[in-house]
Design a protein around this ligand. Structure first.
Ligand SMILES: [Zn+2]
Ligand SMILES: [Zn+2]
Length: 403
């Protein structure tokens, strides 16, 4: 990394300029048209061929000294429907849309890493696949996978980095096993029989059934699942009724179930327990219930081998100046779709600095980034590429399976 660090330092203004350009022109998921063309132009200017995938996704391949193995680096592209309320020098120019999750930083870091990797092509013992993925906030990874992003060439290992404002700047979290939660969202319609609140015995009240449902499902975490297996069940929306003296016919409830452990659908899965309890509580209160569950994200689980490689890469980068830690969060991330299919690692790069006001949580209208950590992200991407190819023989079983 001797020659790489000075090169990254030379390119720091470029990294910041790219990030600010994306930040000023945020686009929602599946609408990243300008973003995709900026990425394509940059990659073509450094001599790479680009291809579009799943609408606004962009893929490019850096051919090193051999075709295999193939290491994928991923950055997400979408912004959020949030009205930015910071008044810094770089703010969104699009009303109601904002890069409030740091995806602008991810793209800038990966583009500059690509530039340096192209310059270092003769030292790359394999192939690097650059993946710019749309619509992370609504599982755009699934569309990319359906469109074949993990094939041609077949990906043997993958790395993703997320900027993280809740970690101090220059701290990087590298954790084997589950790092981000699974997310199932639900919609319940509880039906009774409407009537007068003055003679409730003539009606069947869905409100009282809903109240019991809300409380009863909380026992899934506290009474049915080990406290070492984090699970949360939250209600975000309750709708129903027209007037204070009318028992409504039905009530609609929406919410989410999050869990930070891998697990297939089985009777022990929190969503199965949820359905059982909702159904029986509604039966108890003589109501009927429609339960609609949608799996938005599966848990993101880091492969132990890939995590060791990522850990070596991060140690090379941080020397004695930074800090490696571990971190898990029950929030979810669609990189889990890649990690479920190829050995992968997903890292968190701290960008929280209270003096700069960059420790505000993600998805907040005041979210800010400590741009001084961006060169670290570039260096981690590059260092991980070299470490991956050094240890690629450990992925030999993958290579024999897919000659
Ligand atoms: Zn986000
Ligand atoms: Zn994000």
């Amino acid at each position: 990394m001797d020659t790489i660090r000075p090169r990254i330092a030379e390119l720091k203004d470029e990294i910041v300029a790219l990030r600010r350009d994306f930040h000023t022109h945020p686009e929602l998921g599946c609408q990243e048209f300008r973003t995709a063309s900026v990425i394509e132009q940059y990659l073509q200017d450094i001599g790479l061929e680009t291809s579009r995938i799943a609408g606004t996704g962009v893929v490019a391949v850096i051919e090193g000294q051999s075709e295999r193995p193939v290491f994928m680096l991923r950055a997400d592209m979408d912004a959020l429907p949030i009205c930015e309320t910071t008044d810094g020098e770089c703010i969104s120019s699009i009303e109601g849309v904002m890069h409030a999750c740091g995806h602008d930083a991810h793209m800038a870091m990966l583009l500059v890493a690509a530039k340096i990797l192209v310059e270092q092509k003769s030292r790359i013992q394999g192939t690097v696949k650059l993946v710019f993925q749309p619509n992370e906030e609504i599982n755009g990874a699934q569309d990319m996978i359906r469109a074949g992003v993990l094939e041609n060439p077949t990906v043997d290992g993958a790395l993703g980095i997320h900027i993280w404002s809740q970690l101090p700047s220059r701290t990087v979290a590298v954790t084997p096993g589950p790092v981000m939660g699974g997310l199932d969202v639900f919609k319940l319609v509880i039906r009774g029989i409407g009537g007068h609140t003055g003679f409730p015995e003539e009606a069947i009240d869905p409100v009282i059934a809903a109240a019991h449902v809300i409380m009863a499902v909380q026992t899934i975490q506290t009474r049915e699942i080990s406290s070492f297996l984090p699970t949360t069940i939250m209600f975000g929306k309750i709708e129903g009724g027209t007037k204070s003296n009318i028992i409504p016919e039905e009530l609609c409830l929406e919410g989410s179930i999050r869990y930070l452990y891998p697990g297939p659908d089985c009777p022990d899965h929190p969503t199965q327990r949820f359905q059982r309890i909702v159904q029986s509580v509604c039966d108890t209160h003589r109501c009927s219930c429609e339960i609609n569950l949608v799996r938005e994200n599966i848990p993101l689980v880091n492969d132990p081998g890939m995590t060791s490689i990522a850990s070596l890469a991060v140690s090379n980068v941080l020397d004695h100046e930074g800090c490696i830690t571990t971190m898990q969060t029950i929030a979810s991330e669609d990189f889990s779709e890649f990690s479920a299919r190829v050995p992968s690692a997903f890292l968190f790069l701290g960008c929280g600095n209270p003096e700069k006001g960059t420790d505000i949580p993600h998805h907040n209208p005041c979210f800010l980034i400590d741009e001084d950590v961006l060169p670290l992200g570039v260096e981690i991407f590059i260092s991980a590429v070299f470490e991956f190819f050094k240890y690629a023989s450990e992925f030999s079983e993958i290579q024999t399976e897919q000659p």
